[in-house]
Ligand binder design. Structure first.
Ligand code: HPA
Length: 279
């Protein structure tokens, strides 16, 4: 396994063609929306109607998951009357994948015809108004992973130097907020900051992130969004604030707490995700 970008990784060797063929062998529905579900939202994948699913290890070229006991899955089915592609098999940079490999699922979604991307994640709250359990629509991001999935030769599907002034679709976001209001689900807006991880942040890092305008911090999503914007997809992002970021309140961070809070708000997030599919 290669750690960090290398020329080999950044070439277009990770093409999605074979994976698309494997899916198209038995499935001809074109997904309108692709959803990358954070760890807490697995149940939603099982709620699809008329679903067909593929373990990611059966999709040629799909980078192998390093998360023990969690084989990834890709599903096509219907949710709230919308044909969706669900990606359960997010690839994090901290797992040791090349940065280009982390966005394989996004290129796959695009190649299958999806033109909208809904991303969810767990994040630490930097904004002092946020509490564990807050749901935050992402309005913008800060790339403090200091790398980019588009490094390497341009495949030509998008521009060499894609604009990032509006990565999150303002119209979809506004409609999603209306829908949340209608459903009685409280939401916030904020800027998501990406770090490579896997260690959580120091208090000094969080003070720095607060000063530069971050509301939440996490270890995923930004590479996926960059790839999607490059491909011309409309993006909506929702973070579940699972904990106060380091130093915002006294105490230490642990992964179990993150998972517990994720589980607590799962039902609300699931309702919200269903709601925003329709708009
Ligand atoms: N930091 C980084 N990633 C996270 C956090 C955090 O505090 N909580 C959930 N994912």
């Amino acid at each position: 396994m290669t750690f960090g970008p290398s020329f080999e990784d950044s070439t277009l060797t990770r093409t999605v063609d074979a994976a698309v063929s494997a899916i198209r062998a038995t499935e001809d529905r074109v997904p309108a929306v692709a959803m990358v579900l954070g760890s807490g939202l697995g149940a939603l994948a099982d709620a699809l109607d008329d679903a067909q699913e593929w373990p990611t290890q059966d999709l040629p070229g799909y980078p192998a998951s390093t998360v023990e006991g969690h084989a990834g899955r890709v599903l096509i089915g219907t949710l709230e009357g919308v044909t969706v592609l669900v990606i359960r098999g997010r690839l994090h940079y901290y797992e040791g994948h090349s940065i280009r490999s982390t966005t394989f699922p996004i290129r796959l979604a695009y190649a299958l015809g999806a033109r909208k991307l809904l991303v969810t994640n767990a994040a630490g709250g930097i904004n002092r108004r946020f509490r564990p359990g807050t749901l935050m629509f992402i309005t913008d991001h800060l790339n403090l992973g200091w790398t980019n999935p588009l490094i390497g030769p341009n495949s030509g599907e998008g521009p060499r130097f894609p604009d990032m002034s509006n990565p999150y679709d303002a119209d979809w976001l506004a409609k999603a907020e209306e829908k949340a209001l209608e459903l009685g689900i409280a939401t916030e807006r904020g800027v998501y900051l990406w770090t490579q991880g896997p260690s959580y942040e120091t208090k000094a890092e969080i003070r720095f992130f607060e000063r530069i305008g971050a509301d939440a911090v996490g270890m995923s999503t930004v590479p996926e969004v960059i790839e999607a914007v490059y491909l011309g997809m409309k993006v909506l992002g929702v973070s579940t604030i699972t904990n106060h970021a380091a130093g915002i309140v006294p105490g230490e961070l642990n992964h179990e707490e993150v998972m517990e809070v994720g589980a607590m708000v799962r039902t609300q997030l699931e309702r919200l995700v269903r709601g925003v599919l329709e708009v």
